[in-house]
Design a protein around this ligand. Structure first.
Ligand code: FNR
Length: 362
């Protein structure tokens, strides 16, 4: 039996505990997807706070793949150089730096949430967004942006952009690359029959709808060293009952395929594709999806969603419901969730705190 505070070995990487900072957009770039001091301090603080893995926000593999102009990018060498400062700091704290590689597909070109989260006017800096099939796009809010149906050349460009982004991530010092295939963004848009109405090799059957993700994962795996892990975040279900959609049965089958392609962990979230999704929310609400994939495949699984308490997170690992627990909003409320969890779960957790802070820890 493993516990939340036990290390996790994947390939040659040893993660010091099973707590990860879930990827969370900060919308805080000032220009061209370049990190700012905000990213450095935000991610660095969570490393000080004892997270085993500190994952960046969705980081765009090409400029049009950003959700908002404030999103992080990794499409040039300058991005890699700028991010290296943060990966170095995370390692110095004993944490593992991870990057989530993303393409927002037809959910791109929005303004920041605090500016309304609506599509940006093309005359005001908005851009054409990529979609498997624009006529099937169910917008969450606001008007539709200018949509481009992805050609086969566009698809190849996306695959190449993921490969190049992974190479740069390695140069930047990241230890784990996570491919973002959840929440209604480009790769999920191809997976789900709700948004994928294509009739070519990338649409229709399960095999065809999963082709782009499998090709992206192969491109990343090709450049990511053998000794380092690759994760994929998926939406385990679209939470839609009355139409053909993406569901847990397909997710289990996909996870099996991903494992054969060299994916080490499937990070299981859900929804984000359709405004009429029927999702419950609340503590552990997505855990049964992770648990199903863990039980039916050989791939490791990450659970995320509504985890706020150390004992709750520990129980997920102890009861073999997940190999890793990703914590989102609780890490925004408490950057030190990792060391606080250690203090709650261990009699003497002082050695898990940064040496600079130990005089404050009993
Ligand atoms: C998110 N989430 C998210 N997910 C993702 O895969 N990539 C991302 O960049 C983001 N961005 C993001 C920003 C903010 C401000 C929030 C609150 C959330 C989803 C997040 O990673 C997580 O899956 C959910 O928040 C559910 O977990 P919690 O918050 O209940 O622990």
């Amino acid at each position: 039996m493993s516990t939340l505070l036990d290390s996790l070995s994947m390939r040659d990487l040893e993660v010091p505990n099973r707590i990860a900072v879930s990827p969370m957009c900060q919308y805080s770039c000032e220009a061209d997807g370049m990190p700012t001091e905000w990213h450095h301090v935000h991610l660095g603080s969570r490393a000080v706070g004892g997270a085993g893995i500190v994952m960046t926000e969705a980081t765009a593999v090409e400029p049009r793949g950003r959700i908002t102009p404030g999103d992080l990018g990794i499409w040039s060498d300058e991005h890699a150089v700028a991010l290296a400062k943060t990966t170095r700091f995370i390692r110095e704290q004993g944490g593992v730096p991870a990057i989530q590689l993303a393409h927002a597909g037809h959910k791109a070109s929005k303004c920041r949430p605090w500016d309304g989260n609506v599509p940006i006017d093309p005359d005001d800096g908005g851009w054409e967004v990529l979609s498997p099939s624009p006529d099937a796009y169910p917008p969450f809010e606001g008007e539709k942006p200018a949509i481009r149906k992805a050609t086969v050349d566009d698809i190849q460009d996306v695959i190449d952009a993921y490969g190049a982004a992974a190479e740069r991530s390695l140069e930047a010092g990241f230890e784990i690359a996570e491919v973002h295939a959840a929440h209604g963004y480009l790769l999920h848009e191809f997976l789900s029959p709700v948004t994928n109405r294509r009739e070519d090799d990338y649409g229709g059957s399960f095999e065809n709808r999963t082709r782009l993700l499998r090709e992206v994962v192969s491109a990343v795996r090709d450049v990511w060293p053998e000794e380092k892990p690759v994760f994929v975040r998926i939406s385990g279900t679209d939470w839609l009952e009355n139409q053909p959609s993406w569901d847990i049965e397909q997710s289990v089958r996909l996870a099996d395929d991903l494992e054969s392609l060299g994916v080490d962990l499937v990070d299981v979230s859900s929804g984000g594709l359709h405004p009429e999704q029927d999702a419950s929310g609340g503590p552990n609400f997505q855990v049964p999806l992770a648990e199903a994939i863990g039980a039916e495949t050989d791939v490791a699984v990450g659970a995320v969603g509504g985890v706020t308490e150390p004992e709750q997170a520990d129980a997920l690992v102890r009861n073999d419901r997940a190999d890793l627990v990703l914590v989102g909003r609780e890490f925004l409320r408490d950057p030190y969730f990792g060391v606080h969890a250690a203090s709650a779960l261990e009699e003497d957790a002082s050695s898990r705190w940064p040496v600079q802070y130990r005089r404050a820890v009993r």
